[in-house]
Design a protein. Sequence first.
Length: 517
Amino acid sequence: MKRQTYALAVLLFGATLVSGCSSPPPVEATDGRNIYPKDSRLDDTLVNVGEFSKAAEGSGFPEHYLAPYLEVYKSPSAMAAMRKAVGVKYFHLAFVIDGGHCNAKFNADTSISDGEWMSAISANRSAGGDVIASFGGYSGTELGLACKSVGELKSQYKSVIDTLHLSRIDFDIEDATLRNTVANDRRNKALAQLQKEYQSKGKKLDVSYTLPVSPSGLNGDGLKLLQNAKSSGLDVNLVNIMTMDYGQGKPMDMDMGTAAIKAATALHGQLHSIWGGKSDAELWSMEGNTPMIGINDNRSEIFSLSNARALTEFARSKGIRQLAYWSAGRDQECKGGLKDSSDCSGVKQSMWQFASIANGVTKTSAPASPAPSKSPTSDPTHSSKPPNSSPNSSPNSSPSSRPTSRQSAPATHRPTSFHTTGQVHCESGRSVVGIWVETQKSGDSRFAAWKVLGDGSTADWWTDLPSDERYSLHVGCGGTPEKWAGENRTGIYSGPHNSFDCYDMSGDPRRGTCTHR
């Protein structure tokens, strides 16, 4: 990932220089790279320092999860802050690279057993989360290049895995490193040997590759790396594509959400060409998707909040195992007139709003749509019809009276009905508190079942309708299920899957309406 502004600390007389509140200027390393001193902007909460021998063991990962890339040159306190604010519990630690002479370190300058990081990782695991060490990246020296034998490389990987008690590791391989077939073969052989050694001791080690992509899929170098992994006996658990910085590989009129979805679809076919014995569901479960949020290095490419919602919905519908993004430290709005930087996204957003949206993928299973036989866990399903609701009212008609009764099960499935699903989102960030389905046949109007995601402003919805039915939605944003703060209406639609963004912000001329995605 290109915007990695690695913070290789500048050491003078044995002391580490630490930046203040503004982004530090780069210094030039002896090899000509621009490197950055450590960033202490999030050091609000002090944790134990020094070195630990090992981190606490983790409980692993759910079937589907969000794991943003967390910069190890910034404060580990961001892990706890994100977990408490938006519920994100899984993180990539970016990055482990060579600290000199085939020596694995965070950011090339920080011991893997650093006390602050070990304490933060252990606390995250105590809260039910876990971490993934990500090796490589765009800058610095990847260990597969620094270590000249399979044995040396395997020893470095094992040291990191054992110190951090890892069950999953990631390899961000790009640019010249991806084209180095000798290093790729060395890495794959070392990892295959490690997997077998851990397996003999009853331990599972999942390995993922994070690779550059275009909307048409992986390039030839990426495919060769994966083919070599298979022939080397390495079990690649996941292929995570970097849906960012396409350059000329993406048509100018294609938005970044569509590009990420097209890339994921293309990858599915490429994975089938290598692992043809796997089912479609298994191949989707082998996928990860990692955009760069906000403004990319290629500044004409902007991954927006609506792009994040579209990608998250697609990932849930297909059963994609992992969503991530670059980076946790950029998941906030820029201050002081900045367009974007390594510390902010460059788009209008609330703190960690991308995380809040993408965390909707985190769950224990991933059916194509919520099961109609189960009630939502966050809010019960409603069934009473709002008085004064007209079967033919338009989205711009005056709001109807709010419903007052509730029940705990979705509408009963009928032989002549079909299951319809989708997502709704309140643009103001207020919680979804109710979804009324107004049909063209008044007797068929009812509340949909719904389940809120992330910060509550997005919700899955589902219900059963007659097969020939057309309908509009009334979406409650804010307030309570009994008393909505704002009602927003869609146009009239049909079919088994429809999703909407609802404009419930004061002063917005579209207020009270929802547009189809």
